[in-house]
Design a binder for this molecule. Structure first.
Ligand SMILES: Nc1ncnc2c1ncn2[C@@H]1O[C@H](COP(=O)(O)OP(=O)(O)OP(=O)(O)O)[C@@H](O)[C@H]1O
Length: 231
């Protein structure tokens, strides 16, 4: 079945170097190539510091690439004008490892989820509120949660808010950067199941980052192993 699907993402010889002072360069990602088909999950594993997060962040344009290409749906992600970049950021989202650090503590759930909706001008007024309720229900929360702040939730619930935020702008591709490693083991399976259900429902494509194989084994169609900046 997968043979018929087209590549949604093609990463070609991607490099991301950081300048770390006194002319020193840290080659966090040093020539990585892979592709992910539409609706597929590629697992990306490797020990801490090998460059997994940097790869994910460079693909979604949180970082500029030092060299190489990321082709998304036929377009080169690192040579977009501002308008195209805005369109791209709507299609490619990221879910972060730490559901405590990645949600602004001073914003309500409605504000957090609504931010992307506003930036991309998707819904206004009543429609916007309805969409936020819908998203909360989609991730297993309820409309009663809409006006609460992040500190009022458990780790698993916070990660669900992070998922709702990513989904709010109807992306095609999500980089899941260790989305369950900060959670209790008993909660991890619930969040993985949620991500799988959403993938099925919306035909999402995932790059699923984890530091150990056991977590990604049953969610991934294929697995890439990273070591010191290379695959
Ligand atoms: N903004 C940055 N500036 C300088 N160095 C960075 C930056 N981000 C990451 N690095 C370095 O790049 C290397 C790869 O880091 P990265 O976070 O991508 O690895 P990782 O495999 O995702 O690790 P972890 O599982 O711990 O998140 C590390 O040596 C890290 O210290």
């Amino acid at each position: 079945m997968t043979e018929e699907r087209k590549n949604l993402i093609e990463v070609r010889n991607l490099k991301k170097y950081f300048e770390v002072g006194r002319g020193q360069v840290l080659k966090a990602v040093d020539g990585v190539s892979f592709s992910i088909k539409e609706g597929e999950t590629l697992g990306l594993v490797g020990e801490s510091g090998c460059g997994k997060s940097t790869t994910g962040r460079t693909i979604v344009r949180l970082y500029d690439a030092t060299d190489g290409e990321v082709i998304f749906d036929g377009m080169n992600v690192h040579s977009l004008n501002r308008q195209e970049l805005k369109r791209y950021t709507r299609k490619a989202q990221m879910i972060f490892q730490d559901p405590y650090a990645s949600l602004n503590p001073r914003m309500t759930v409605t504000d957090i989820i609504g931010e992307g909706i506003d930036i991309h001008g998707l819904y206004k007024g009543k429609e916007r509120q309805k969409r936020i309720y819908e998203l909360l229900e989609l991730v297993g929360l309820s409309r009663e949660h809409a006006n609460r702040f992040p500190h009022e939730f458990s780790g698993g619930q916070r990660q669900r808010i992070g998922v709702a935020r990513a989904l709010a702008i109807e992306p095609k591709f999500i980089v899941c950067d260790e989305p369950i490693s900060a959670l209790d083991v008993s909660i991890q399976a619930q969040v993985v199941n949620l991500l799988q259900d959403l993938q099925e429902e919306f035909g999402l494509t995932y790059l699923f980052i984890a530091h150990d194989l056991s977590m990604v084994k049953h969610i991934s169609d294929r697995i890439a192993v990273m070591y010191l900046g290379v695959l």
